[in-house]
Design a binder for this molecule. Sequence first.
Ligand code: SAH
Length: 355
Amino acid sequence: MGVAALEQWAVDHGQAAFRGRQLHDWLYAKGARRLADVSVLPKAFREQLEAAAPPSGSADWIGRSREMHRSVARDGTTKLLLGTHDGLSIETVGIPAEGRLTVCVSSQVGCPMACRFCATGKGGLQRSLAVHEIVDQVLSVREAMEQRPSHVVFMGMGEPLLNSEAVLAAIDCLCTDLGMAQRQITVSTVGVARTLQQLAELALARLGRAQFTLAVSLHAPDQRLRELLIPTAHAYPIAELLEDCRRFVAITGRRVSFEYILLGGLNDQPRHAEALAQLLRGFQSHVNLIPYNPIAEEEFQRPTPAAVEGFRRALQARHVAVSVRASRGLDADAACGQLRRRLEGSLEPAPAGRA
Ligand code: SAH
């Protein structure tokens, strides 16, 4: 809820409208976890609210999750396993880097896309996340790392384009209520047919402008290889995906970036770089190379450093803007969905108020 909705909520509960503004400040700026913590509200009102909270407690009621597990890598990358009100868990990661704090958020519990190299894809989809469950992840990382997040990337569990409405509402909340900038937000998709134009139009309608970055997980320079890695790609030919990206650029005026996972020996050879450059010719874009993070279930190989460098150079030589994503938090089960898979079933919620 934004300020206006909270003001209305306060009035509906027999309070003055400014109580809603106070609550807004405590929820977003101060990160209250329970209504009982909001000491600025009159005690009698707090007690009345606590009494009306669901049996699971008022943390659920105001939309906060429980921290089930925290794993901190040597480089400071902090991965949280968060428990939802209905007993499911999701991952969220805080990635610190020179003055920045990037939060990698999940948009769904699990994922139905089943990309072969992805740990999340192995467990299928449980459900999509609600707006508050997305925003909560950013608040939870801020609390855990005692630092204000500067960037948010929708690169955790799930396929954001299958939950566009909630993703856009969460972006709206992050910008309006938490003061983040849309330009510091990235939405990553593996591509779902007939959804990109809708995302662009919905963003313009809802947010007034679409300034977040769209990142498309391409991963292969041709349809055959792409389908091998991404089974769902058969329903969305690469040419159509790129056409939709062009349309997204036309509607929003923003560049699209492409993610390309490098799998040793499979898609990391110079001929793949050449084909990729050919495919993206004339497209104002940026390619982000992601060396594969090994997951337990698959036999894929990490690319050699020489292959990564060779691929980068081959793209650069063909005038493709390219960067290599540094692997962060490798000792903290860095690959998407890994932590949850390893810990599944073996965890109780962490005690409340854990440091
Ligand atoms: N469903 C969306 C967002 C979640 S995945 C998408 O596919 O874009 C975010 C990024 O992490 C994607 O580019 C995905 O391909 C990448 N990824 C998934 N598993 C990985 C692994 N084991 N190693 C490296 N990158 C991985």
